[in-house]
Design a protein around this ligand. Structure first.
Ligand code: NAD
Length: 328
């Protein structure tokens, strides 16, 4: 069996090589992205894998079909840039990696919450000006005395619930679906109760038209003035203008954001930071706001798992088997 991996980064290479050796399968790695321009690189291979950010259109699946390739293993969660209907039409089975390491993202959310809970950003801001004082406005709460409110308790929300429970916090959860396996860790309730009662509100739903700006002006008004909002899910879940206003008017105490709305305008390195959206500049200057560049997923285990799961699926499907990760 011969596989071609598109858009391979240097970080992925050792894990792909280790998988190839373990499974005794020949793999060619290329840095080119999967696109109509590069699809002919797959000629002579039995299967393919790619990242999931570059949009793929019907011509790619058609070319795969002509070459006798019947699967595409995406090494990420998102398949929104695939044309799933067109893939089906050309008998291409697409798989994704729905959960490469929920713990990685959960731990980033908890890390951000701890940082904000202990006012570290505020102290660092003061200390940079030579001010080593503390006062009533920076007194903290221990995590086991906190109520955590999770919005969405799927893979990542569920892992987050387990960590907070292990730390002794009370965990409230709001989700459209009920998962009995989370009963030891969460108390299910409605969204308003989560917003009213939680000291830490952590978002873990996907971004859908129904969840876009689900945290906006009205929701901020329901939160405690001491509450911290954590968003390691998708920036579009939060109305940024309302968030800035809530922070400026002390309606909440802080925010941890691994994901920002309009994220495509931030990707990559910006030699001239003034190119960045004005919202970012406002938020990044607040000592009670912590922003990370969408790196909650970025752990060694997550990279290894995304490769192992994708390539295992490629092999299984080429050999005629089924995978629970099939999305088309
Ligand atoms: P998941 O599908 O396992 O869980 C999502 C949960 O949200 C489900 O239980 C679902 O029922 C619930 N849900 C959907 N709509 C809802 C609504 N309107 N109200 C309440 N609950 C709702 O997804 P996951 O793998 O846990 O991912 C969660 C989020 O994390 C997604 O937004 C994903 O894009 C994001 N994510 C971020 C990173 C990162 O690096 N920051 C990495 C991976 C995933």
């Amino acid at each position: 069996m011969k596989l071609l991996c598109y858009a391979v980064s240097d970080l992925e290479k050792p894990y792909i090589m280790a998988w190839a050796q373990k499974n005794n399968i020949e793999i060619k790695m290329v840095t080119e992205e999967l696109s109509y321009k590069n699809v002919q690189l797959a000629q002579g291979f039995d299967g393919v894998s790619s990242e999931g950010i570059t949009p793929v259109d019907e011509r790619v699946y058609q070319a795969f079909e002509t070459m006798g390739i019947h699967q595409l293993a995406i090494r990420q969660v998102g398949v929104d840039n695939q044309d799933l209907l067109a893939a089906r039409k050309h008998h291409i089975t697409i798989t994704n990696v729905a959960a490469y390491s929920p713990r990685a993202i959960a731990e980033m959310g908890v890390t951000q919450a701890m940082y904000l809970l202990r006012n570290i950003g505020i102290y660092q801001d003061r200390m940079a000006k030579g001010d080593f004082t503390w006062d009533e406005s920076t007194i903290s709460t221990e995590i086991f005395n906190c109520t955590v409110g999770l919005v969405g308790v799927g893979h990542i929300g569920g892992a987050t619930a387990q960590i907070y429970r292990a730390l002794g916090a009370k965990v409230l959860a709001y989700d459209l679906t009920y998962d009995a396996s989370l009963e030891p860790y969460v108390t299910y309730t409605d969204l308003n109760t989560v917003l009213h009662e939680a000291d830490i509100i952590s978002l873990h739903t996907p971004l859908f038209p129904t969840t876009e700006n689900m945290i906006s002006e009205d929701q901020f008004k329901m939160m405690k003035s001491t509450a911290i909002l954590i968003n390691v899910a998708r920036g579009g879940l939060v109305d940024t203008t309302a968030l800035i206003s809530a922070l400026q008017h002390h309606e909440i105490a802080g925010a941890g954001l691994d994901t920002l709305a309009d994220e495509l305008s931030y990707f990559g390195e910006h030699k001239n930071p003034s190119e960045l959206p004005a919202d970012y500049e406002t938020l990044s200057q607040m000592p009670n706001v912590l922003i990370t560049p969408h790196v909650a997923f970025f752990t060694k285990l997550a990279i290894r798992n995304s490769i192992e799961i994708a390539l295992n699926d490629a092999k299984t499907i080429i050999e005629g088997g089924r995978s629970r990760n099939i999305v088309s």
